[in-house]
Design a protein around this ligand. Sequence first.
Ligand code: SF4
Ligand code: SF4
Length: 454
Amino acid sequence: MNAVKGWRPRGSWPNSPSLGRGRSPARARQSQPLPLPEQLVFRCLTPDGQALTPTVRKGQTLMAGDVLAQDAKTAARLYAPVTGSVLDVVWQMTPGQGYHASIHYRPTHGRTAPAGSETAQPVAEPSAGPAGSPQQRLAQAAAVCGLDLGAIIRAPFVVVNGCEPDLGIATRTAWLNERTADVAAGVAAIAACRGERPMFLVTYDGQLSDGVRQALVHDMSPVPLQRIPLHVPWGQDALLARYVQRVKHWQDSPLVVGVERVAALAGVLQRNMPVPSVLVTVDGDAVDHPGIYRVPVGSRLSELLHFAGLRSDRLRQVLRGGFLAGEALADLEQPVSWTDLAFLALTRERVTESFAGAGICLRCGRCIHACPVHLVPHQIARWARGGHWQEAQAAGVEQCVLCGLCAYACPARLPLVALLRLAQRRLAPSRSVPQAMTSAAAGDREAKAAASAR
Ligand code: SF4
Ligand code: SF4
């Protein structure tokens, strides 16, 4: 495959320091559920970062599947994943995401699923389950899991992405082995709506045991399970879809759906609205209990880190993602979202040690050879370091998928991904303030004027 030529996986990540005190990596552990918190936070943003306008107000009670926010032009929507009430709607400015609202939400606490089951976490009351025809029921369950069923049905080609997402830190292999039945049921439910149109479940070669693979192939029939080589980057949907279809240039827009959401769909349908959750690896030497956690979407990062035994006195930095492509976080109160995979909590010693070896560019060209989208990372990084954003744009920084392969290959341990991300953020079109925000501000002004008049 042209797009990935040149990169070959190695057995380890030489530029990635070991994560702490000689412990076994988190991949060996079983996932642990984080209890459903008192409060969830949902950012009113689409997966590509566009702001949505909240459609709820403080104090409102909602059912799972009700709309929380939407965009009138694109029909993009954010749905309540669990029955509960709106505590507050807060507007804020987030670096890289612009102005957007966050909805603070109190989930309704209900029964807890039997210990040891996949949903060993609180679930909403049974009465909150979707009613009506099977199609309505499926649409509402999909909405709870953040899936747009209409788009899935219309898409000419759908890939369910079950690839292991991060070679250095986390694994979904154990998860896929555990959740075979849910994955198969979710895929089958979607396939039943799509009729003859093509759909695949994709995993990396060697990711599944023979037994699991056979079970999936049997239960998902006629949806094929396709295995792809490890060198196809997991995070780049277009490359993945091109590889699956074995075409060089993709013509139709592929729709790539995360396997976790598909499994969550089966959970909602079969177990009556469990809170959708995401598997997140927490590691680093500033936590006492590194491991893989099942986290209700919308939980605060600080709650997750404390649950994992954060030693606040020693914490220096938290990275979202791994060493190579991770992003340093300033706000630990932000919510865990569907797209989060791993967090590293690091002490000062570890941060210093990790970046101590960074040197100057040797012009060896390994980063160019590694890049799946044919960029010249060292050149773009140089533009970004000097603040030459237009030059970085002309060099194609916006095509960078932030996969981290260049950083992996770099013998000088340069922070290439951080510089590329910085350039992308600087070049991102400034997002206008949504209408609802200006109305809210106007409402505030009026309320203050009325109060001062009294
Ligand atoms: S992070 Fe960007 S520049 Fe580096 S290899 Fe990946 S796509 Fe290429
Ligand atoms: S791999 Fe690192 S040292 Fe080599 S050219 Fe790229 S940035 Fe420079």
